[in-house]
Design a protein around this ligand. Structure first.
Ligand code: PEP
Ligand code: MN
Length: 292
């Protein structure tokens, strides 16, 4: 590890990058996250209805996404906002997986919901507000499903890796890290995308790293540019909000892409995906070798 960090990250031994364990691949159904190709996860912020979810699942699958996102249990800033459909939302996610073959990622907010969500989800998402909920993290260590761990909005990278280590120590090393923007003094965007986090995490951690451009931007016109930056810097995937009618979305409509915007974004990402492929070939140390 680079002397700059002098043990700051290597103490998290189950998730740190070492000569012996440079990178790990998280396997989800037939997908490899942290493998040769970035994986795009897309879908609505919240599962709202059968029609909304199935239409979105079909549209994002056609455009090249491999994982469907959608919250059934929603951590909302306001107690008056839509809180999600709960178990009915999980059932709709299951139906969308049957219809499209997409894997499912959905958020778990409470340790009491871990078992039921693990029955329906392929990947368990930990939101920014829960990154330091250690009893939840420990329960996820025992859930038998990969975990997508979002960075807390006021968390350092050391804090993020400490939380990953908590999950790993509880028995689960199938962890994907997600940078989704942090709080700074800037107000033009919802959060500040810390793009350097990807470069740092790739050097100090063995875990795959993805970017959520939607919660970083807060506004849909910025999402494609942040996605291109994510692929250019070597992210292992994206988590993007897409909605059939963003202006009518029950949550995060401002930052959600329409189907045509998502399709266009995926097309525009092609040259960046080629660049990433070339970059990985030129620097094989970036590629998982003998990964677990
Ligand atoms: C989400 O993915 O919809 C979400 C609530 O994200 P975050 O935890 O990053 O705010
Ligand atoms: Mn959202």
């Amino acid at each position: 590890m680079h002397p700059q960090w002098n043990g700051q990250f290597s103490c998290f031994d189950l998730v740190a990058r070492t000569a012996h364990q440079p990178c790990s691949i998280v396997r989800v159904r037939d997908l490899e996250i942290g493998g040769d190709e970035p994986v795009v996860m897309a879908g609505p912020c919240a599962v709202e209805s059968e029609r909304q979810l199935l239409e979105t699942a079909e549209a994002v699958a056609r455009a090249g996404a491999r994982v469907l996102r959608g919250g059934a249990y929603k951590p909302r800033s306001s107690p008056y906002s839509f809180q999600g459909l709960g178990i009915d939302g999980l059932k709709l996610l299951h139906k969308a997986r049957e219809a499209t073959g997409l894997a499912i990622v959905t958020e778990v907010m409470s340790e009491k919901d871990v078992d039921v969500i693990a029955e329906y989800a392929d990947i368990m998402q930990v939101g920014t507000r829960s990154m330091e909920n250690y009893s939840l993290l420990e329960a996820l260590g025992r859930c038998g499903r990969p975990v997508l761990l979002k960075r807390g909005m006021v968390a350092t990278l050391e804090d993020l890796l400490r939380s990953a280590q908590v999950i790993a120590m509880a028995g689960n090393v199938q962890i994907i890290l997600c940078e989704r923007g942090i709080r700074t003094f800037e107000t033009a965007t919802r959060n500040t995308l810390d793009i350097a986090a990807v470069a740092v995490l790739k050097l100090v951690s063995r875990l795959p790293v993805i970017i959520d451009p939607s919660h970083a931007a807060g506004i849909r016109c910025l999402v494609p540019a942040l996605s291109r930056a994510a692929i250019a810097i070597g992210a292992d995937g994206l988590l993007v909000e897409v909605h059939p009618a963003p202006e009518q979305a029950l949550s995060d409509g401002n930052q959600s892409l329409s189907f045509s915007e998502f399709r266009q974004m995926m097309t525009d990402l092609e040259p960046y995906l080629s660049l990433q492929r070339e970059d990985r070939r030129a620097r094989p140390e970036l590629i998982a070798m003998g990964a677990d």
